[in-house]
Ligand binder design. Structure first.
Ligand SMILES: C=C(CC[C@@H](C)[C@H]1CC[C@H]2C3=CC[C@H]4[C@H](C)[C@@H](O)CC[C@]4(C)[C@H]3CC[C@]12C)C(C)C
Ligand code: SAM
Length: 397
């Protein structure tokens, strides 16, 4: 009797095992080979080290991490562009794979996908700059060009992007071509602290979550000011700490430090510093908005929702490294990003739990401009995701 039952069960067990193996194979295939529509970027099997050779990834990661072990290194401003270049060799593929072609945050928009919310955030720049088809626009720190393509397509303007990382230049050019926007979008490899463009050569300029990498903000703002025509507009999305950040609070310092390490930041600035520097180099501040303030949904929501996917990604990368498909060192880079995602979420959530906002203050500025400071003060906010609209002064010295 027992023998009969065992033999009768065997085919079912065999079919079950085959079914299970099939499901596992589909999951592995999906995780390793497919490109989610959201991202339209890299596949896991293509993850590499940017312009670095496979064998250089692990050493470059160690070098990168060492910078933050020795605080004096990061303070040497000359070292920073090289550090940022190394960082983007290490993370560009992972960003494209796990986030898409736009390397920035945006407020979550109810009823819209991440991709749509990202586009809205980018198109907002075109609108703030009042872009028109005949205008030449600078994108300072353009990444692989997600924002550039959205802005060029929306406005019809000609966008010139600059990035310090030559791997990103190649990726951006290839994406531009595929999107049929290579006539409208140009990409240059260079340092935004010393741009290879003549004075007064752009009708508008923007930077999206990029100038936070500059060792000194005044240098990059002054350089953007130099290449912008007098009276023209510059919009920047900045990462800054809010008024509630306390340098004497251990928890705050740890969060900010975690954010700096995982994002190649030479030191986050406060929102007041940004305004002071902008004015110092000659801009009139037209508008300053904290884009994380309610009713906007939190910018870190996407990071938080993605947590399970990031764990899955970690397993996929570990598996591919074990097989020798992904270079050694990619696992460490991914782990660093994983940790920074936690710090970013923590910073955002702390602020979210105790929201207090101050009403808008409006003050008259020199010349014809009126600076409207719209509610910049949130409760605990670390960091703030803000938008600044600046105008190059019309009066030259
Ligand atoms: C402006 C900057 C970059 C902002 C964001 C685009 C990136 C900040 C943190 C990044 C990520 C964190 C977790 C990664 C995850 C573990 C991985 O599996 C998939 C990619 C991540 C989601 C990655 C994507 C980009 C970020 C959100 C800085 C540099 C000034
Ligand atoms: C977080 S990414 C943002 C990219 C792009 N703005 C976007 O939103 O997709 C920051 C960008 O700034 C660029 N960057 C940082 N420091 C730079 C420098 N000194 N010169 C030129 N580009 C720089 C990086 O190479 C990267 O492309």
């Amino acid at each position: 009797m027992e023998v009969l039952e065992a033999t009768a069960g065997t085919p079912w067990m065999a079919w079950g095992a085959v079914g299970l193996a099939g499901v596992v194979a589909i999951i592995v295939y999906y995780a390793v080979f497919s490109v989610p529509a959201e991202q339209q970027g890299k596949r896991a099997v293509e993850l590499g080290g940017g312009s670095l050779g496979r064998e250089q990834v692990a050493d470059n990661y160690k070098e990168y991490a060492n910078f933050f072990e020795k605080p004096k290194e990061i303070e040497k401003t000359d070292n920073v562009p090289k550090l940022v270049d190394t960082f983007y060799n290490l993370v560009t593929d992972i960003y494209e794979w796990g986030w898409g072609q736009s390397f920035h945050f945006s407020p979550d928009v109810s009823g819209k996908s991440h991709r749509e919310a990202t586009r809205l955030h980018e198109v907002k720049v075109a609108e703030l700059l009042k872009l028109k088809p005949d205008m030449k626009v600078l994108d300072a720190g353009c990444g692989v060009g997600g924002p550039m393509r959205a802005i060029a397509a929306h406005s019809g303007s000609h966008v010139v992007g600059i990035t310090i990382n030559d791997y990103q230049v190649a990726r951006a050019r290839s994406h531009n071509k595929k999107a049929g926007l290579d006539q409208q979008c140009e990409v240059v490899c260079g340092d935004f602290l010393h741009m290879p463009f003549p004075d007064n050569s752009f009708d508008a300029a923007y930077s999206i979550e990029a100038t936070c990498h500059a060792p000194t903000l005044s240098e990059v703002y002054a350089e953007i000011y130099r290449v912008l025509k007098p009276g023209q507009l510059y919009v920047t999305y900045e990462w800054v700490t809010t008024p509630k950040y306390r340098a004497d609070c251990k928890e705050h310092v740890e969060i900010i430090h975690g954010i700096e390490i995982g994002n190649a930041l030479p030191g986050l600035r406060s929102h007041t510093q940004i305004e002071d520097v902008a004015k110092e180099v000659g801009f009139e501040v037209l508008q300053n908005l904290d884009l994380a303030l309610p009713p906007a949904s939190p910018w870190w929501k996407r990071l938080k929702m993605g947590r399970i996917a990031w764990y899955r990604n970690h397993l996929v990368i570990a598996f591919l490294t074990f097989l020798g498909i992904a270079p050694q060192g990619v696992v460490d880079v991914h782990e660093m990003l994983f940790k920074t995602a936690a710090f970013l979420t923590q910073g955002g959530e702390t602020a979210h739990l105790t929201p207090v906002s101050r009403p808008a203050g409006v003050s008259a500025m020199a010349g014809e401009a009126v600076a409207s400071r719209l509610a910049v003060d949130r409760a605990l906010a670390l960091p703030e995701n803000s938008c600044w609209r600046l105008r190059r002064a019309i009066f030259e010295s």
